[in-house]
Design a protein around this ligand. Structure first.
Ligand SMILES: NC(=O)c1ccc[n+]([C@@H]2O[C@H](COP(=O)([O-])OP(=O)(O)OC[C@H]3O[C@@H](n4cnc5c(N)ncnc54)[C@H](O)[C@@H]3O)[C@@H](O)[C@H]2O)c1
Length: 333
């Protein structure tokens, strides 16, 4: 049987996209947010394949995760092989590094290999923004960011695109240098008030939205108290339960996640020792199967573990744009 190929690469070649190649495409965050919301809709219909991510752990609190996924509607099939090494910044290296392989959905052949750092930053911010669209108060004005690194930047960028009334960011980082850099860069980029604060408590209290993006710890020493978090607030931890005390998580009226199965898988691995029942997955809220925010005083948290469907769908966007613009290097298989 002849296989009908729509791929523009009949020769056995892969397109290699370096970090600089991906970045120079300058894909607007709005487009990534749209892709991530679309992919959650497909998840709600059960039309995606996204097994929980297995990993290896060569250093303390470090990981290399294998994240395969398939989204038929977008013909997006592939795997991200992503590392997070907390000691890297001490050696002048970023915490996150990795590669993503896209496969032709008809033949299985790899068609593209790309650096995955841009995608990891943007799709995570986009997922927070999509969740905020349904779960944060519409008139959210104040955002607390704890951890002013890559995610602290991309989450702010994505949230400004969805939360139009944001006025002030309270930023906290354990590193004074990183905090100062963040304040200067983000003030120039977003035209909001970016206020450095000198305690985690000050970055949580009175904030309408709180994003925690410090390190993920297998044995967390969480410090955020229930009483710090404002009624009506929306919280999105990206660092698992490392920052939020169990009582603070339990004080939420709605505890959501991006994927129940993955949360269960991590519990088996020893994470999330003390969390409440999941109210809903984000995908079920977007699709209308479950209510999102129902009043202005609800306390809502969405625990995002990061899903490979977000990665492969965003990677398709990157791949298509790169082909159109003739960016990247063709390599023989
Ligand atoms: N859930 C997801 O989908 C997802 C996706 C990507 C990254 N992450 C997680 O997000 C977190 C941040 O990743 P990143 O790429 O931005 O890392 P990064 O190294 O770029 O930034 C981390 C920042 O946090 C600061 N920091 C360290 N400990 C802190 C603390 N206790 N309080 C406040 N700040 C602290 C560091 O000084 C640094 O500025 C990591 O835990 C990573 O695993 C989650």
């Amino acid at each position: 049987m002849r296989i009908k190929r729509e791929s523009s690469m009949p020769n056995r070649e892969v397109l290699y996209l370096s970090q600089a190649d991906v970045e120079q495409l300058n894909i607007p965050i709005k487009e990534v947010i749209q892709v991530v919301e679309d992919v959650f809709r497909e998840k709600a219909k059960g039309k995606v394949e996204v097994p929980p991510k297995p990993g290896i752990h060569p250093q303390k609190d470090a990981f290399v995760h294998a994240m395969p996924a398939y989204v038929p509607k977008m013909r997006a099939a592939g795997i991200k092989w992503v590392a997070g090494f907390p000691e890297n910044p001490k050696h002048g290296l970023p915490y996150v590094s990795g590669l993503l392989i896209l496969n032709d959905a008809e033949t299985g052949f790899p068609v593209c290999v790309m650096d995955c750092t841009w995608i990891t930053a943007k799709r995570t911010g986009a997922a927070t923004a999509v969740a905020a669209k349904y779960l944060a108060n519409e008139d959210s004005k104040t955002l607390g960011i704890l951890g002013c690194g890559v995610q602290g930047r991309s989450n702010l960028e994505a949230l400004t695109s969805v939360c139009k009334r944001l006025e002030e960011v309270k930023a906290y980082d354990i590193s004074e240098v990183n905090l100062r850099k963040y304040v200067i860069e983000m003030t120039a980029k977003h035209g909001l008030t970016i206020a450095p604060v000198n305690s985690p408590r000050m970055a949580v209290e009175n904030c309408d939205i709180v994003v925690t993006a410090g390190p993920i710890l297998k044995n967390p020493q969480p410090i955020i108290e229930a009483s710090w978090f404002k009624d009506g607030g929306f919280a999105c931890p990206l660092d698992f339960d490392s920052y939020w005390k169990p009582e603070a998580i339990r004080s939420m009226n709605k505890f959501c996640t991006d994927d129940r199965e993955q949360l269960g898988y991590y519990r088996q691995q020893g994470y999330f020792a003390d969390i409440p029942q999941v109210y809903a997955e984000i995908s079920d809220i977007i699709s209308g199967k479950k209510h999102g925010r129902e009043n202005q005083t609800e306390r809502i948290m969405s625990m995002h573990l990061g899903l490979a469907i977000e990665d492969v769908a965003t990677a398709m966007l990157v791949y298509e744009k790169a082909k159109k613009k003739g960016i990247g290097t063709s390599l023989p298989l």
